[in-house]
Design a binder for this molecule. Sequence first.
Ligand SMILES: N[C@@H](CCC(=O)N[C@@H](CS)C(=O)NCC(=O)O)C(=O)O
Length: 258
Amino acid sequence: MTTKAARRAPQQPLYRLYYWPFIQGRGEFVRLILEDAGAPYEDVARLPARQGGGVGAIEAILERDDVGAPAFAPPILEAGDLVLAQTPAIGRFLAERLGLMPAGVRDRWQADQLALTVADFVVEVHDTHHPLGVMLHYEEQKREAAARASQFRDYRLPKFFGFFERAVSVNQASGGAGLVGAEISYVDLWMFQALAGLEYAFPMAFASVIEDAPRLRALAERVAARPNVAAYLASQRRIPFNEDGIFRHYPELDAPGL
Ligand SMILES: N[C@@H](CCC(=O)N[C@@H](CS)C(=O)NCC(=O)O)C(=O)O
């Protein structure tokens, strides 16, 4: 029998994401897992404030002391009683539940290893436009950003791409689909997002490194063509890349002298 309270409470989806509503940012790595798996979720801060959304919802969950360990920064996932922050921890949690984690023990640990490497890459991309810190605007650190971006383009980007291409190559040589394990995993979704972001932010540098990474390119295309991912990418739920996010297109950082 339904109680009055249960009848009054609107049914909330099990998964509730709290992330800045105007950017893809790190929230996108969580959204992609939920979308690919077809898991119903609420992108809480994108709801109107009168429905409990907006940035206020993020501030409120960050302040909660009744959830075990408090969350330091978004993205934050609420799943029933669990409130979990840190993108790689959320990725691991959701991938386990939603069938996007490789099956074998070694592969699971190595999925973790690779997901953290993608997360490192994301930090380095972010630091190209904010090398001094996030409390200053890009315009206040343009000189340092130019120097940092040059290091990134010349050394770090080729190193990361060479590494990821090698990882796909090694895994595919033993019959795997993507970076690790037999099937496409959450790490492949993350790799897709890292490549999409890089192509937006550094189109010229991307064009030069992707030439030497054919397996990585094919993997990203394969992820983008997965039916739920393709539907998501074509939907309004996919926030366009912009200059408030992690992957920002500043032409002067991509091609100095422009
Ligand atoms: N290592 C964390 C980083 C979280 C993070 O830096 N979140 C950003 C948005 S992408 C933020 O809002 N940070 C606020 C802060 O660090 O004070 C993760 O992977 O989730």
